[in-house]
Ligand binder design. Structure first.
Ligand SMILES: [Fe+2]
Length: 170
């Protein structure tokens, strides 16, 4: 991929501070660095991100917050019942942090047991490139409320791969 000469930044978020945060010169981010990035965004930039959030159905809503040579950053929303199919990120390392609400993630590294975890506001995780997962807003009934999450992937722009089931991840 040709490195981007300038990072592409969402106009609703653009500032010198934000551009410092996305480290345009860093070519590759580790899972820990990605987790710290989405955690900082979901916490320090929460008010700004809340203003960008939209909800759509049946398809989920998302917008790209930034693209540099080393990382892509997305803001996603999840109405109760909305979720993904099982997928990986084409070998990219990744992370996500919850801006608000609650999401359930099922994940699997090849050959390992399937793990399930609920992530609440402010919580997040970084993960390596061989990991597959699915995510959903499992809220039902009177407790149901929308969720929003910030995601980052490095290297950027790798196509995801979908699975019928996490059982296929071997
Ligand atoms: Fe994903």
């Amino acid at each position: 991929m040709t490195p981007l000469a300038q990072p592409d930044v969402h106009p609703g978020l653009d500032s010198p501070l934000f551009r410092d945060l996305v480290l345009a010169e860093r070519p590759l981010w580790t899972p820990t660095q990605l987790r710290d990035l989405t955690s900082t965004l979901a916490n320090t930039y929460a008010a700004t991100l809340q203003e960008l959030v939209r909800y759509t159905e049946p398809d989920r809503w998302w917008t790209r917050l930034a693209l540099t040579r080393g990382v892509e950053i997305w803001l996603l929303t999840w109405l109760p019942g909305q979720g993904t199919r099982p997928h990986d990120h084409g070998g990219a390392a990744g992370s996500f942090s919850v801006l608000h609400g609650e999401v359930v993630e099922e994940h699997r590294y090849p050959g390992a047991p399937i793990g399930v975890r609920t992530f609440r506001t402010g919580q997040g995780i970084g993960f390596g490139g061989d990991r597959a997962h699915l995510m959903r807003n499992a809220g039902v009934g009177g407790e149901a409320r929308p969720a929003a999450t910030v995601h980052a992937y490095s290297p950027p722009l790798l196509p995801t791969r979908e699975y019928q089931s996490l059982e296929e991840v071997r």
